[in-house]
Design a protein around this ligand. Structure first.
Ligand code: NOJ
Length: 533
């Protein structure tokens, strides 16, 4: 296998990205909440793992109605997470280890406690009135249109003081900015530059497809069978409140700013769309987003046919040179070791293999590398506003946000022993970094091995991908680049595959590594291999 440097294989953001949910990653001061200094202290783990960049969930001051996705100041750091000096130190310390730092940008909405919104709501004549989306009630006093919030209920809140409604696509405490307003656009240009100038390597952009709304605020039509499952849950198609053509102009403007830096900054968009052609359009002509979130993949079932369909739709829907993203989890959905794998170690190893061997950027969520599953959270003690507002209240997204399990000790190495953590710690005795690092058969060792292989192989990091057709049901096999093949058996039946061969470079049954496969490949249930001819 040819050893190649990262540069030869493609830009750094084609590699492995790692999502740090800061609140739950590492707590340096014992207050039970993760922080930037905690993250700095754990960078060696990420460097050892081999990640190229980290995306850090929002660090900006926030009343935490939606845990940082309700920003009260776009150019500062929440004291509970640290300071701007800590950010500088993070960028420098990560840089020394070859790791880029991406931050989370939340442009669709701000907190209702942001000074912009406080000014905007103060009077109809305030200069910032038009920075948000305000409209008169209908004649009967009802909201201006039928749009629903992604967090259930009307997307409009009547503000008694000025007698108008404001738009909130999420919580009432998250007021939508008016992206038709040039001053808003200019303000965000400055926000981007503020962080780029500090060495932030790019942004993950929250609900990037939603910013610009229909200027006439027309009603959405009812959802039909052909709409995404989420639109069917909401009862309406997001025709006028999302994915408007003018949205692309905002992103092109940001791309121009990103390109003005010598180490061009990278834009990663949370394109929460289920039609891959519409997602693909956000790459533009390589003048919009560098990377787009692959939501259909995230929501796929863990079945060969469903995964093949998503991969094919991704390839067909994106521009030919666009580089896809594969992730199995985030802070918004049950973790894949639970959701896809039911805690079965064979399936967890296979899922990691899928993420790390498909052509594209692998985006790991903290804890994926140890196969960390959902934590147990009592719905009555839920911290997530979405769970509390759901038709049947539940723990919402909290189980996917429990603290990182570093060790088996009290506090799991996340915090000091005896500390009260903001969410309960999961089963750290059964699953933690420390015990897995010493075990060559662990999920962590497997994940490390796959990343190392990917970094060492241009086939795996950058090679073209082509499915091998005619494999047995439940099996997926594809070729990468010149000489590499990947085969996964996502079924309870043993399988035999023709047409792939070579030396086993990585195997979920590690004892197979080094074996030569000639002619036919036999796989146990839920087994996978990477072969090199
Ligand atoms: C997507 C974020 O990932 C999620 O956590 C948040 O609640 C919504 N956007 C609203 O900002």
């Amino acid at each position: 296998m040819h050893a190649m440097s990262r540069d030869a294989a493609g830009p750094w953001w084609h590699g492995v990205l790692y999502h740090v949910y800061l609140r739950s990653f590492a707590d340096s001061d014992g207050d039970g909440v993760g922080d930037i200094r905690g993250l700095i202290a754990r960078l060696d783990h990420l460097a050892w793992l081999g990640v190229d960049g980290i995306w850090v969930s929002p660090v900006m001051p926030s009343p935490n109605d939606d845990w940082g996705y309700d920003v009260a100041d776009y150019c500062a750091v929440a004291p509970e997470y640290g300071s701007l000096d800590d950010v500088d130190e993070l960028v420098a310390a990560a840089g020394e280890r070859g790791i880029r730092v991406l931050f989370d940008l939340v442009p669709n909405h701000s907190s209702d406690r942001h000074p912009w919104f406080l000014a905007s709501r103060s009077s109809r004549d305030d200069p910032k009135r038009d920075w948000y989306v305000w409209r008169d009630p209908k004649a009967d006093g009802s909201p201006p249109n039928n749009w629903v919030s992604s967090f259930f209920g009307s997307a409009w809140k009547l503000d008694d003081a000025t007698g108008q409604y404001y738009l909130h696509s999420f919580l009432e405490a998250q007021a939508d900015l008016n992206w038709w307003n040039e001053q808003v656009r200019a303000a965000f240009d400055e926000i981007l530059r503020f962080w780029f100038d500090r060495g932030i390597a790019g942004f993950r952009i929250d609900v990037v497809h939603k910013m610009v709304k229909d200027p006439e605020l027309r009603d959405n039509p009812p959802a039909s069978e052909s709409d995404s499952f989420i639109e069917r849950v909401w009862g309406q198609r997001e025709l006028h409140n999302a994915d408007q053509p003018q949205n692309h102009a905002v992103i092109r403007r940001w791309r121009t700013i990103a390109e003005q830096y010598p180490d061009p900054r990278v834009l990663v968009g949370e394109t929460y769309l289920f039609d891959q052609r519409r997602v693909g359009a956000y790459h533009g002509r390589d003048d919009e987003l560098h990377l787009t979130f692959n939501i259909p993949f995230l929501w796929s079932t863990f079945e060969a046919g469903a995964i093949r369909d998503v991969v094919d739709a991704t390839t067909a829907g994106y521009p030919p040179d666009a580089w896809p993203v594969w992730n199995g989890g985030s802070h918004d959905i049950s973790r894949f070791p639970t959701r896809w794998c039911g805690g079965d170690g064979r399936k967890i190893r296979l899922a990691l293999m899928l993420l790390l061997t498909l052509r594209g950027t692998a985006l790991l969520y903290y804890g994926d590398e140890i196969g960390m599953g959902d934590g147990a959270v009592d719905p009555a003690a839920a911290r997530d506003p979405l769970g509390r507002r759901a038709p049947r209240p539940n723990a919402g997204r909290d189980p996917a946000r429990t603290p990182m399990q570093w060790t088996a000790a009290d506090g799991a190495g996340f915090t000091v022993p005896g500390a009260t953590t903001w969410l309960p710690i999961g089963d750290a005795a059964a699953c933690n970094v420390e015990s897995q690092r010493g075990d060559p058969g662990s999920v962590l060792s497997w994940c490390w091995h796959l990343i190392a292989l990917r970094r060492a192989s241009t086939d795996m990091s950058g090679g073209a991908m082509r499915f091998v057709d005619g494999t047995p049901g439940g099996v997926l096999a594809w070729r990468r680049g010149e000489r590499t093949s990947v085969a996964l058996n996502l079924s309870d039946e043993a399988a035999v595959i023709d047409g792939v061969g070579g030396a086993v470079r990585a195997g979920t049954r590690r004892e197979r590594e080094g074996e030569r496969v000639e002619g036919t490949l036999a796989l146990d249930p839920w087994e996978g291999v990477v072969l090199y001819e």
